[in-house]
Design a binder for this molecule. Structure first.
Ligand SMILES: [Zn+2]
Length: 169
């Protein structure tokens, strides 16, 4: 019995009803959304978007890591995207978890201390979003003038709050 039986069945049903074979790989809204992996966030639905309209880059905390920068560079320079949204959210695990506890949990489960892993935890949410926007705004591999927004999604109300609107410069 596969550990993935449920999702394979879901895939079969999706394939049976599939109707998106004609989509372009270029995001039609010319938008990339960086957000958290939190299950309560549906990045396309939040903005009234559908499949084919935006790139979505996700990690724990919606942090601007080197790998997110790598994908942003491709999105903007190769795939015709012109707008970058960085969307943090309320009640984020990356802001609630403490590094000591996380390292202890990993060590207890695996026998190995992840001392060499940068978890990009959030000490202070307002500061963290500002830092992430600054990393994007000042990235030398993104064209000057690319629009950048820093948003916070409220997981209890579905509302998006605009904290930053700026341009790569
Ligand atoms: Zn989160």
């Amino acid at each position: 019995m596969s550990a993935f039986k449920d999702i394979f069945e879901g895939s079969d049903a999706y394939t049976a009803a599939f109707s998106h074979g004609g989509l372009s790989a270029l995001p039609q809204a010319r938008l990339v959304i960086v957000t958290c992996m939190d299950t309560r966030i549906n990045p396309l639905a939040i903005f009234g978007l559908d499949i084919g309209e935006a790139h979505v880059l996700r990690n724990a905390g919606a942090r601007i890591t080197p790998d997110v920068i790598r994908s942003l560079i491709k999105s903007i320079n190769q795939l015709e995207v012109e707008r970058i949204v960085v969307m943090h959210h309320t009640d984020c695990g990356a802001a609630k978890i403490k590094l000591d506890g996380l390292r202890a949990a990993v060590t207890a489960a695996t026998g190995n201390d992840p001392a060499d892993v940068d978890f990009h935890l959030i000490a202070e949410p307002v500061t963290a979003l500002t830092e992430d926007i600054e990393l994007v705004r000042t990235c030398p591999y993104l064209p000057v003038g690319t629009a950048v927004a820093g948003l916070v999604y409220d997981v209890h109300t579905g509302e998006v709050r605009v904290e930053h609107e700026t341009f790569v410069s």
